[in-house]
Design a protein around this ligand. Structure first.
Ligand code: NAP
Length: 297
């Protein structure tokens, strides 16, 4: 295999099965990978397990934090480790100014710390490339949940997809291919046109209140309060809502309960249903970005 990242030192701090795959892939591409708070399954050439975060950061040219990053107290997401670690300014001062720090989504504390130490924060989930590739396991995971929770097949069911962005488009295509009678709710005319071209049924966003009663299952991808109490009142009891939008989602969950509507928030599906694929997606994109770093652009 071509050692594209030959000799490049990178630290992976915390994470889950996705970062385990990522560590293996970066090492296979020739990088020297230090990991901390992340057990590695097999001894992998090029991967060094560090018990201390300081050791992990020594000499590295880039830092990779887990997809959820750090919490509001600086604790790094590391569910597989018995020794949680906190990201501090002191730790980040060991990283050369200007180095990239990769994370899925950055909370304000991380933004503040990276800025203070002159580090370049790269939020992977904001990149179209990652969002589009991640939409594949997300859509599969959403359909899997619907199959487990509905008493009817996907084929022939009346499915609504709210939103036609990166996730909504992939999910709508998958549902259509599985034979669901798929209606897609969008507000842009070009999206409604594309939905028609895909042989799915477009529903302008303003028509949502009058059409939504026709659903057996609703997948929400709109990160805004769309399924409000007023809309929920129009949905038939027994309908399933799977809310994919980031917390707090787009559903008034407290109201849905009392109306006999089953509504579930389904965060982080790629990491849950396909951690290896999710890790490979991270590896593909981070490798490309590191190569750009090495090329100096
Ligand atoms: P996206 O590409 O930005 O798409 C968002 C869609 O929502 C677009 O169709 C957008 O319409 C529509 N929208 C946004 N605000 C709206 C509003 N106020 N009223 C009506 N429509 C509105 O985002 P994405 O990548 O598909 O992600 C969607 C959500 O899913 C995000 O919250 C993301 O974090 C989350 N997500 C969750 C998972 C999971 O595992 N659960 C995985 C991936 C992503 P316009 O184009 O007209 O603006």
């Amino acid at each position: 295999m071509q050692q594209k990242l030959e000799g490049f030192m990178v630290a992976i701090m915390g994470g889950d099965a996705r970062e385990q795959t990522l560590a293996e892939e970066l090492a296979a591409a020739g990088a020297l990978v230090n990991v901390t708070a992340l057990p590695v399954k097999n001894k992998t050439a090029g991967v060094v397990v560090c018990s201390e975060p300081e050791e992990c950061l020594r000499g590295v040219g880039a830092v990779i934090l887990p997809v959820p990053g750090i919490n509001e107290k600086g604790l790094i997401y590391c569910p597989l480790s018995r020794h949680p670690i906190t990201l501090t300014g002191n730790l980040l001062s060991k990283v050369p100014a200007g180095a990239p720090v990769f994370v899925g989504v950055a909370r304000p504390l991380l933004v503040e710390m990276a800025t203070r130490h002159g580090l370049r924060l790269i939020e992977l989930m904001k990149l179209d490339e990652v969002a589009i590739l991640n939409s594949i396991p997300t859509a599969e995971g959403a359909v899997q949940m619907a199959m487990e929770m509905m008493p009817i097949t996907i084929h022939g069911c009346r499915a609504f997809v709210l939103g036609f962005g990166r996730t909504g488009a992939t999910l709508a295509r998958l549902l259509g291919a599985m034979g669901a009678r798929t209606k897609v709710v969008a507000r842009r005319y070009e999206h409604l046109a594309r939905i028609t071209e895909m042989n799915l049924t477009p529903v302008p966003f303003r028509d949502l209140p009058e059409k939504i009663s026709e659903a057996d299952v609703i997948f929400n991808t709109i990160p805004a309060p769309v399924l409000t109490e007023a809309i929920l009142k129009k949905i038939q009891a027994g309908t399933l809502i799977i809310d994919l939008a980031s917390a707090p989602g787009g559903v008034e969950f407290g109201k849905a309960d009392g109306m006999g509507i089953k509504a579930v928030l389904a965060p982080g599906l790629p990491g849950k249903v396909a951690p290896k694929t999710a890790g490979l997606i991270l590896a593909r994109v981070i490798t490309r970005l590191l190569l750009q770093e090495m090329a100096g652009n």
